[in-house]
Design a protein around this ligand. Structure first.
Ligand SMILES: [Zn+2]
Length: 115
């Protein structure tokens, strides 16, 4: 019996990436990824998909009331922005001479992983 290969969910984006929203009510907005949920294929992008939430008074929010918070969006609704090209781009994988895998911009070849 062959070993069952574990299906690993791999997203094309990760925390800290600058992305642009390409669909939905926040289409065109840009922000950095704050959090990724690989199993759900969703991400939280700063200042994108803000929703109002009723907040009970807590230590953090002594007043309670309504706060605005980012809600997650599906990963297919965002594209990585190449800061060199200044626009959303597709990425491809590249292996550096030292063996590190990085993502590069298909347009200009800029390395998009911040190390
Ligand atoms: Zn580029």
């Amino acid at each position: 019996m062959a070993n069952k290969k574990k299906k690993r969910v791999k997203l094309h984006v990760k925390k800290g990436d600058l992305v642009q929203v390409i669909a939905g009510k926040d289409k065109g907005k840009r922000g950095r990824i704050k959090k990724v949920f690989p199993s759900e294929m969703r991400v939280i992008v700063e200042k994108v998909n803000m929703v109002k939430k009723h907040q009970r008074p807590t230590d953090k929010y002594p007043q309670g009331g309504i706060i605005e918070k980012e809600a997650s969006i599906h990963v297919s609704n965002v594209m990585i922005v190449c800061e060199n090209c200044g626009r959303p781009v597709r990425t491809r994988k590249k292996i550096l001479p030292d063996g590190t895998k990085v993502r590069v911009c298909v347009r200009c070849g800029e390395i998009l992983d911040r190390t």
